[in-house]
Design a protein. Structure first.
Length: 257
Protein backbone atom coordinates (compact mmCIF):
# COMPACT_ATOMS: atom_id res chain seq x y z
CA UNK A 1 0.00 0.00 0.00
CA UNK A 2 1.45 3.36 -1.08
CA UNK A 3 0.56 6.42 0.97
CA UNK A 4 0.77 10.04 -0.12
CA UNK A 5 1.23 12.31 2.89
CA UNK A 6 0.22 15.95 2.86
CA UNK A 7 1.19 18.53 5.48
CA UNK A 8 -1.49 21.18 5.82
CA UNK A 9 -0.82 24.85 6.52
CA UNK A 10 -1.79 24.03 10.09
CA UNK A 11 1.17 21.62 10.28
CA UNK A 12 -1.23 18.70 10.54
CA UNK A 13 -0.23 15.65 8.46
CA UNK A 14 -2.79 13.38 6.85
CA UNK A 15 -2.39 10.60 4.32
CA UNK A 16 -4.10 9.35 1.18
CA UNK A 17 -3.95 5.77 -0.06
CA UNK A 18 -2.75 5.91 -3.67
CA UNK A 19 -4.93 4.07 -6.19
CA UNK A 20 -3.18 1.27 -8.06
CA UNK A 21 -3.21 0.45 -11.75
CA UNK A 22 -5.80 -2.29 -11.24
CA UNK A 23 -8.49 -0.09 -9.72
CA UNK A 24 -7.77 2.71 -12.19
CA UNK A 25 -8.03 0.34 -15.14
CA UNK A 26 -11.34 -1.12 -13.94
CA UNK A 27 -12.71 2.39 -13.39
CA UNK A 28 -11.64 3.37 -16.92
CA UNK A 29 -13.38 0.30 -18.38
CA UNK A 30 -16.62 1.28 -16.63
CA UNK A 31 -16.30 4.86 -17.85
CA UNK A 32 -15.63 3.73 -21.41
CA UNK A 33 -18.75 1.57 -21.21
CA UNK A 34 -20.72 4.69 -20.27
CA UNK A 35 -19.11 6.71 -23.08
CA UNK A 36 -19.83 4.00 -25.65
CA UNK A 37 -23.44 3.90 -24.46
CA UNK A 38 -23.65 7.67 -25.04
CA UNK A 39 -22.18 7.20 -28.52
CA UNK A 40 -24.78 4.56 -29.35
CA UNK A 41 -27.61 6.79 -28.11
CA UNK A 42 -26.29 9.65 -30.23
CA UNK A 43 -26.18 7.38 -33.27
CA UNK A 44 -29.76 6.25 -32.70
CA UNK A 45 -31.04 9.82 -32.42
CA UNK A 46 -29.12 10.93 -35.53
CA UNK A 47 -30.50 8.20 -37.81
CA UNK A 48 -33.88 9.86 -38.49
CA UNK A 49 -32.06 13.05 -39.46
CA UNK A 50 -29.73 11.09 -41.75
CA UNK A 51 -32.69 10.07 -43.95
CA UNK A 52 -33.04 13.62 -45.23
CA UNK A 53 -29.78 15.40 -44.43
CA UNK A 54 -27.01 12.83 -44.14
CA UNK A 55 -24.12 15.31 -44.06
CA UNK A 56 -25.69 17.26 -41.20
CA UNK A 57 -26.43 14.07 -39.31
CA UNK A 58 -22.82 12.90 -39.66
CA UNK A 59 -21.51 16.27 -38.47
CA UNK A 60 -23.80 16.26 -35.44
CA UNK A 61 -22.87 12.67 -34.61
CA UNK A 62 -19.14 13.42 -34.77
CA UNK A 63 -19.66 16.47 -32.57
CA UNK A 64 -21.62 14.37 -30.10
CA UNK A 65 -18.94 11.67 -30.00
CA UNK A 66 -16.26 14.29 -29.31
CA UNK A 67 -18.33 16.03 -26.63
CA UNK A 68 -19.37 12.77 -24.95
CA UNK A 69 -15.79 11.50 -24.67
CA UNK A 70 -14.03 14.67 -23.56
CA UNK A 71 -16.92 16.30 -21.73
CA UNK A 72 -17.76 13.19 -19.72
CA UNK A 73 -14.38 12.97 -17.98
CA UNK A 74 -13.90 16.74 -17.68
CA UNK A 75 -17.29 17.63 -16.23
CA UNK A 76 -17.68 14.62 -13.96
CA UNK A 77 -14.24 15.04 -12.38
CA UNK A 78 -14.81 18.76 -11.93
CA UNK A 79 -18.38 18.70 -10.63
CA UNK A 80 -18.36 15.35 -8.84
CA UNK A 81 -15.44 15.86 -6.47
CA UNK A 82 -12.83 14.25 -8.72
CA UNK A 83 -14.92 11.22 -9.57
CA UNK A 84 -16.52 9.73 -12.66
CA UNK A 85 -19.07 6.92 -12.53
CA UNK A 86 -16.26 4.39 -12.84
CA UNK A 87 -14.13 6.00 -10.16
CA UNK A 88 -17.06 6.20 -7.77
CA UNK A 89 -17.85 2.52 -8.36
CA UNK A 90 -14.24 1.61 -7.51
CA UNK A 91 -14.00 4.04 -4.59
CA UNK A 92 -11.28 6.28 -6.01
CA UNK A 93 -11.05 9.97 -6.87
CA UNK A 94 -8.70 12.56 -8.35
CA UNK A 95 -7.22 15.21 -6.07
CA UNK A 96 -4.56 17.87 -6.39
CA UNK A 97 -1.05 16.85 -5.37
CA UNK A 98 -1.29 19.14 -2.32
CA UNK A 99 -4.39 17.28 -1.14
CA UNK A 100 -7.17 19.71 -2.05
CA UNK A 101 -10.13 19.10 -4.32
CA UNK A 102 -9.87 19.19 -8.09
CA UNK A 103 -10.56 22.50 -9.84
CA UNK A 104 -11.82 23.03 -13.38
CA UNK A 105 -8.37 24.01 -14.66
CA UNK A 106 -6.76 20.89 -13.18
CA UNK A 107 -9.45 18.67 -14.65
CA UNK A 108 -9.11 20.39 -18.03
CA UNK A 109 -5.33 19.95 -18.17
CA UNK A 110 -5.31 16.28 -17.17
CA UNK A 111 -8.03 15.49 -19.71
CA UNK A 112 -6.40 17.42 -22.55
CA UNK A 113 -3.24 15.36 -22.02
CA UNK A 114 -5.44 12.25 -22.03
CA UNK A 115 -5.01 12.28 -25.82
CA UNK A 116 -1.25 11.71 -25.45
CA UNK A 117 -1.76 9.09 -22.73
CA UNK A 118 -4.08 7.13 -25.03
CA UNK A 119 -1.46 6.78 -27.79
CA UNK A 120 -0.89 4.61 -29.75
CA UNK A 121 -4.02 2.86 -28.46
CA UNK A 122 -5.61 1.47 -25.29
CA UNK A 123 -3.75 4.01 -23.16
CA UNK A 124 -0.37 2.39 -23.81
CA UNK A 125 1.65 5.55 -23.08
CA UNK A 126 -0.34 6.34 -19.95
CA UNK A 127 -0.04 2.78 -18.66
CA UNK A 128 3.72 2.65 -19.20
CA UNK A 129 4.29 6.03 -17.54
CA UNK A 130 2.05 5.11 -14.59
CA UNK A 131 3.83 1.77 -14.14
CA UNK A 132 7.19 3.54 -13.97
CA UNK A 133 6.46 5.84 -11.03
CA UNK A 134 5.59 5.14 -7.41
CA UNK A 135 2.24 6.98 -7.36
CA UNK A 136 0.99 5.45 -10.66
CA UNK A 137 0.57 8.89 -12.25
CA UNK A 138 0.02 9.16 -15.99
CA UNK A 139 1.21 12.10 -18.09
CA UNK A 140 -2.06 13.94 -17.48
CA UNK A 141 -1.50 13.71 -13.73
CA UNK A 142 2.01 15.10 -14.03
CA UNK A 143 0.83 17.95 -16.25
CA UNK A 144 -2.07 18.90 -13.94
CA UNK A 145 -0.22 18.05 -10.70
CA UNK A 146 -2.91 15.59 -9.67
CA UNK A 147 -3.10 12.18 -8.05
CA UNK A 148 -5.68 9.38 -7.96
CA UNK A 149 -6.37 8.11 -4.45
CA UNK A 150 -8.79 5.83 -2.64
CA UNK A 151 -11.80 7.38 -0.93
CA UNK A 152 -11.92 6.42 2.71
CA UNK A 153 -15.22 4.61 3.17
CA UNK A 154 -14.92 4.38 6.93
CA UNK A 155 -13.89 7.08 9.32
CA UNK A 156 -10.41 6.65 10.71
CA UNK A 157 -9.53 7.57 14.30
CA UNK A 158 -8.16 11.06 14.74
CA UNK A 159 -4.78 11.01 16.40
CA UNK A 160 -4.13 13.41 19.24
CA UNK A 161 -2.70 16.62 17.85
CA UNK A 162 -1.44 18.11 21.09
CA UNK A 163 0.70 16.88 23.94
CA UNK A 164 0.40 18.00 27.50
CA UNK A 165 3.93 19.15 28.24
CA UNK A 166 3.24 21.11 31.39
CA UNK A 167 0.75 21.76 34.14
CA UNK A 168 -1.01 24.43 32.08
CA UNK A 169 -1.44 22.06 29.11
CA UNK A 170 -2.78 19.30 31.35
CA UNK A 171 -5.24 21.69 32.94
CA UNK A 172 -6.36 22.85 29.48
CA UNK A 173 -6.92 19.27 28.30
CA UNK A 174 -8.84 18.45 31.45
CA UNK A 175 -11.09 21.47 30.90
CA UNK A 176 -11.65 20.49 27.25
CA UNK A 177 -12.62 16.93 28.18
CA UNK A 178 -15.04 18.19 30.79
CA UNK A 179 -16.71 20.74 28.54
CA UNK A 180 -16.84 18.50 25.45
CA UNK A 181 -18.53 15.74 27.45
CA UNK A 182 -21.61 17.96 27.61
CA UNK A 183 -22.16 17.75 23.84
CA UNK A 184 -24.94 15.62 22.41
CA UNK A 185 -24.08 12.47 20.48
CA UNK A 186 -25.06 14.05 17.14
CA UNK A 187 -22.96 17.14 17.85
CA UNK A 188 -19.88 15.04 18.56
CA UNK A 189 -20.37 13.02 15.40
CA UNK A 190 -20.82 16.18 13.31
CA UNK A 191 -17.50 17.60 14.50
CA UNK A 192 -15.68 14.30 13.91
CA UNK A 193 -17.19 13.97 10.43
CA UNK A 194 -16.10 17.50 9.54
CA UNK A 195 -12.50 16.79 10.52
CA UNK A 196 -12.37 13.39 8.87
CA UNK A 197 -13.83 14.68 5.61
CA UNK A 198 -12.00 18.02 5.51
CA UNK A 199 -9.76 17.02 2.61
CA UNK A 200 -12.84 16.49 0.43
CA UNK A 201 -14.06 20.07 0.89
CA UNK A 202 -13.27 23.01 -1.32
CA UNK A 203 -11.05 25.64 0.29
CA UNK A 204 -13.74 28.29 0.76
CA UNK A 205 -16.26 25.80 2.18
CA UNK A 206 -13.63 24.24 4.42
CA UNK A 207 -12.65 27.63 5.87
CA UNK A 208 -16.27 28.61 6.46
CA UNK A 209 -17.21 25.37 8.21
CA UNK A 210 -14.22 25.35 10.54
CA UNK A 211 -14.82 29.01 11.39
CA UNK A 212 -18.44 28.23 12.26
CA UNK A 213 -17.39 25.24 14.39
CA UNK A 214 -14.80 27.30 16.27
CA UNK A 215 -17.34 30.06 16.96
CA UNK A 216 -19.82 27.45 18.20
CA UNK A 217 -17.33 26.07 20.73
CA UNK A 218 -16.50 29.59 21.84
CA UNK A 219 -20.12 30.62 22.40
CA UNK A 220 -21.53 27.31 23.65
CA UNK A 221 -18.65 25.87 25.70
CA UNK A 222 -16.53 28.98 26.29
CA UNK A 223 -13.55 27.34 24.60
CA UNK A 224 -11.46 29.56 22.36
CA UNK A 225 -8.30 29.05 20.28
CA UNK A 226 -4.98 30.41 21.47
CA UNK A 227 -3.64 33.62 20.02
CA UNK A 228 -2.53 33.13 16.39
CA UNK A 229 -4.06 29.62 16.35
CA UNK A 230 -6.26 29.02 13.30
CA UNK A 231 -9.85 27.85 13.54
CA UNK A 232 -9.05 24.60 11.75
CA UNK A 233 -6.18 23.63 14.02
CA UNK A 234 -8.26 24.49 17.09
CA UNK A 235 -11.20 22.34 15.96
CA UNK A 236 -8.88 19.49 14.98
CA UNK A 237 -7.42 19.46 18.48
CA UNK A 238 -10.89 19.39 20.02
CA UNK A 239 -11.80 16.55 17.66
CA UNK A 240 -8.77 14.61 18.90
CA UNK A 241 -10.18 14.86 22.41
CA UNK A 242 -13.64 13.87 21.17
CA UNK A 243 -12.22 10.81 19.43
CA UNK A 244 -10.89 9.65 22.80
CA UNK A 245 -14.33 9.96 24.33
CA UNK A 246 -16.20 8.57 21.32
CA UNK A 247 -19.17 10.26 19.64
CA UNK A 248 -21.61 7.89 21.34
CA UNK A 249 -20.46 8.50 24.88
CA UNK A 250 -23.64 9.08 26.84
CA UNK A 251 -22.12 9.02 30.28
CA UNK A 252 -22.87 11.51 33.00
CA UNK A 253 -22.24 15.09 32.01
CA UNK A 254 -20.33 17.11 34.58
CA UNK A 255 -21.29 20.66 35.30
CA UNK A 256 -19.12 23.38 33.88
CA UNK A 257 -16.59 25.01 36.11
Amino acid sequence: MILHQVLTTEKVPFSYRVAGLGSRTLAWLIDMGVVIFLWIMGDLFSRPLALGREALADALLLSWIFAAYWGYFLLFEWLWNGQTLGKRALGIRVIQWKGTSLTFSHSAVRNIVRFVDSLPGLYAVGFIVAACNRENRRLGDFAADTLVVHVEQRARPIRALIEARGEADRARLSLWRQRLASLEREQKQTVLDLCLRRDQLRVAERTRLFRSAARYFESRLELAPDEYESDEKFVLQLAAVLSEQGPQDDGPRPKRT
